[in-house]
Write a protein that binds this ligand. Structure first.
Ligand code: C5P
Length: 431
């Protein structure tokens, strides 16, 4: 795909060189458009060498090619990293005083801005208003990461990692990887980039732990990576995201509200609280324990050393946990809000393959979308890449995505959600 990488004048411009590499190594044709100020931080030869293409620096070069219009018109994706407070202000007000702002005005493709600046500049009401205006118009603006800034100070304002910007950018144009097979009834990506804007979405992630005693628990191998990717992509698409996270060490994606839980019952309580806060979509990506020990023992369970008891072991009695997903589905009114997405970690066996088990689960759980993946000790859990089948009740065809990064899969899941939301809005409530 044709990518325009805009770079504005901040110290973080050097990180854009790494972002550029990620795009070129993935086979994309990138034209770098640095502002004059950016060129004071990283010079033209670096951009030219890394992109393997001429660098577009101003509206007065190669005028016969009308670069101020053409670059934006022809782009499949525009990414600006870092986007300074000044660049955000100029973009929000439709200024066209250099090649990059001209390009932003002529682009009709997805646009992702990755801000980086000092905390005071980011939190200034002028910047807040500019970001809100840009998001309202459909531009994806990442929240900056928090951490060490250029000087000795710390706070929100850091440019997110190049890998994160790259993933967020690809999620805006998932078809670019050729991973998607659209349904006959519509092209999910068509609605994808805009549909989540301003909606409250809830994602559960990670794996629950059911304590036995103060040091032991029953747990599972879920890392939380897929749920965190879903949260991050939803935030970059402008959703208000609540991430209910069970025992994951992953960094919280920028702009995401996290609620940490340990057990299935805590996870249920947190999801229900988030639902009550006008949730429109709930994605249950967490691996929730079906059973928990009936009793929690306040003191550590000890081995017996009594004569004749050396081989003895305690019996642990389990009780059922609630099926949170099924409960969410059962509790919905006639409006079927919120839209509910379930996950199915499946293994094929003699009674059927992954897809047939997943189809059964979709029917049993009654959710609107089921994301099925094949699991095993070395497949999916904790890995960066995954292969999923997306199943909906309204079609027998499953959409297969991957093997692909969990971010790309997250983009495909949100595309499906967008398509389902679109269908709902098109059908009158009584129809
Ligand atoms: O039935 P199974 O556990 O395979 O279903 C998986 C789906 O159901 C996941 O979306 C998971 O988050 C959800 N689940 C749940 N409550 C449980 C068990 C699973 O919500 N107790």
């Amino acid at each position: 795909m044709r990518v325009v990488l805009g770079v504005s004048g901040g110290i973080a411009a050097y990180k854009a060189a790494l972002l550029l590499r990620l795009f070129t190594e993935a086979g994309h044709a990138v034209t770098v458009v640095p502002t004059d100020a950016a060129l004071r931080f990283v010079g033209e030869p670096t951009w030219a060498a890394l992109s393997g293409r001429p660098v577009a620096t101003d509206v007065w070069s190669a005028v016969h090619e009308v670069p101020h219009v053409r670059l934006g018109q022809e782009a499949d994706l525009v990414v600006v990293a870092p986007a300074t407070a000044d660049l955000l202000a100029r973009a929000a007000h439709g200024q066209a005083d250099d090649l990059l702002t001209n390009t932003l005005l002529t682009a009709r493709c997805p646009v992702l801005l990755a801000p980086a600046m000092h905390t005071e500049m980011w939190s200034h009401p002028a910047t807040t208003a500019n970001v809100a205006l840009l998001r309202e118009r459909g531009v994806s603006v990442l929240d900056p990461a928090a951490g060490r800034l250029t000087g000795a100070d710390t706070g929100p304002g850091r440019l997110p990692d190049p890998e994160e910007i790259f993933a967020a950018a690809l999620a805006l144009v998932p078809d670019a990887e050729g991973q998607h097979t659209a349904y006959d009834g519509g092209t999910p990506a068509e609605h994808g980039a805009q549909a989540l804007r301003g909606r409250h979405v809830v994602v559960s992630a990670g794996g629950t732990r059911e304590p036995l005693d103060p040091v032991r628990f029953l747990g599972n191998r879920s890392s939380g990576k897929q749920g965190y990717a879903l949260a991050q992509v939803a935030a970059s698409r402008g959703a208000r995201v609540t991430l209910v996270s069970a025992n994951s060490d992953l960094p919280v994606p920028p702009g995401v509200d996290v609620v940490e839980v340990e057990t299935a019952l805590e996870l249920q309580e947190a999801v229900l609280a988030a639902r009550a806060d006008a949730a429109e979509v709930i994605v249950m990506a967490a691996a929730v324990a079906d059973f928990r020990p009936r009793d929690y023992l306040d003191a550590k369970i000890k081995k017996s050393h009594a004569p004749g008891q050396e081989d003895s072991a305690p019996t642990i009695e389990l009780v059922r946990n609630p099926d949170i997903l099924a409960g969410l589905v059962a509790d919905r009114g006639a409006d079927q809000v919120p839209l509910i997405v379930g996950f199915a970690a499946e293994t094929g066996d003699e009674s059927g393959d992954v897809l047939s088990h997943a189809r059964d689960k979709l029917t049993r759980k009654g959710c609107d979308l089921l994301v099925a993946n094949e699991v095993g000790r070395d497949v999916t859990f904790g890995k960066d890449d995954t292969l999923v089948h997306l199943l909906r009740p309204d079609t027998d065809a499953a959409r297969t995505v991957g093997p692909a990064s969990k971010n790309l899969v997250a983009g495909a899941v949100w595309d499906e959600v967008a398509d389902l939301l679109h269908l709902r809005s098109a059908v009158p409530a009584d129809g």
